[in-house]
Design a protein around this ligand. Structure first.
Ligand SMILES: [Zn+2]
Ligand SMILES: [Zn+2]
Length: 366
């Protein structure tokens, strides 16, 4: 039976309760990440309006896909995000043995939700959820009109599949590199930590829907320094770009899923890469709160290994047995990057990347 305190948390915040022992087939009940009607209504209205305008006026920017195609891709990504989130939570409920943290630590705590956040924090996150959508929607449209060729229709030269795959890998390794430094800076600068990034870390026992529950500037900054910078410097054509976005959605949701193993499809597919990160690295990043100033990387955890910030956390031995299968992986460090741990020096790498991106944009379409 639920405790009296738990009932005080509004039912609209679905994050408050994921029942134990739910059958897989019974769990696809909540389509919304936070069950906030306002956020969902805004998203449906904005996307409908955009799709209608794009279809009626046949808008297309030079070198880019049509705005209608971009709008359809935005619908698809939004829907996919919800479906995959529910899949991961269904796995989480159905297979407690696959959880990264022991089941007892996920028990509902007094006045806190499953991820360890209290009522006040959840209310702040619902407000941020709405701002997240507005800021990301405006950003996507701004990029479409201001950077011709960002949503690249096709490469100017014919491109083989092998080359496209290599370009995808290059794009993702760079994206991971750029996001690594932005993420690490948010931990090292006290103002950023206190006012922006700590909101995401309120979730000490993450489940997949906590993925996008953060300050809108955090989400916005990750998008800019992540797939936007990567697409400008290492452009992918239309198909590969949206495939890459889908992989990123899977990866983001999986590393917060609270489960370990092959149910995490994107991580399972990339575990053969050298020093690949796994979801338990990011789980530990959350569990350790500020003390867990490690494992900042997304896909392609080689950056954590290279810069000496990799920690496996609860998992006593790495589960991915290939290149990352060294027991001492936590201790291996190739470069001393402690200079970038200062409250201001932490911004040097991401500032340098930003300058390079702006130089390329200033030279014309990408
Ligand atoms: Zn963090
Ligand atoms: Zn996280």
């Amino acid at each position: 039976m639920k405790k009296e305190e738990d009932k005080q948390i509004p039912a609209t915040m679905y994050v408050t309760h994921i029942p134990e022992n739910v059958k897989f087939s019974e769990h696809f009940s909540s389509l919304m990440l936070s069950s906030d009607f306002m956020a969902t209504a805004m998203e449906v209205s904005a996307l409908s309006l955009l799709t209608g305008i794009a279809w009626v006026y046949k808008i297309q920017v030079e070198h880019s896909k049509t705005l209608f195609e971009v709008a359809i891709a935005m619908w698809s990504l939004s829907l996919f995000k919800r479906i995959y989130n529910n899949y991961l939570e269904a796995v989480y409920c159905t297979y407690p043995k696959n959880r990264t943290q022991p089941v007892k630590e996920h028990a509902l705590k007094a006045k806190k939700d499953l991820a360890g956040r209290d009522k006040e924090q959840l209310e702040i996150l619902v407000a941020q959820d709405r701002l997240n959508f507005i800021s990301r929607f405006c950003l996507d449209l701004f990029i479409y009109f201001m950077i011709p060729g960002f949503y690249l229709a096709e490469y100017s030269q014919p491109c083989t599949l092998v080359r496209k795959v290599l370009q995808l890998l290059l794009n993702h390794y760079f994206m991971s590199f750029s996001m690594y430094w932005f993420h690490r800076a948010q931990h090292k600068n006290p103002w950023f930590w206190k006012n922006i990034h700590s909101l995401h870390h309120w979730a000490k026992y993450p489940v997949s829907r906590t993925t996008y529950q953060d300050h809108w500037l955090d989400n916005f900054g990750m998008a800019v320094t992540g797939h936007i910078y990567a697409q400008i410097l290492f452009p992918l054509d239309g198909h590969m770009f949206w495939f890459s976005r889908i992989v990123r959605v899977c990866e983001s949701l999986e590393k917060h899923s609270g489960i370990t193993g092959n149910f995490n499809l994107a991580y399972a597919a990339q575990q053969w890469l050298p020093f690949a990160a796994m979801p338990y690295h990011h789980d530990w990043h959350h569990e350790g709160y500020k003390g867990g100033n490690f494992s900042f990387a997304a896909l392609g955890g080689i950056w954590d290994q290279l810069f000496g910030t990799r920690r496996t956390g609860r998992v006593p031995q790495p589960l991915n047995k290939t290149f990352a299968g060294s027991k001492n992986e936590d201790q291996v460090q190739f470069l001393d990057t402690s200079f970038f741990d200062g409250p201001y020096t932490c911004f040097i790498p991401i500032a340098a990347i930003t300058v390079i991106v702006f130089l390329k944009v200033s030279m014309g379409h990408i």
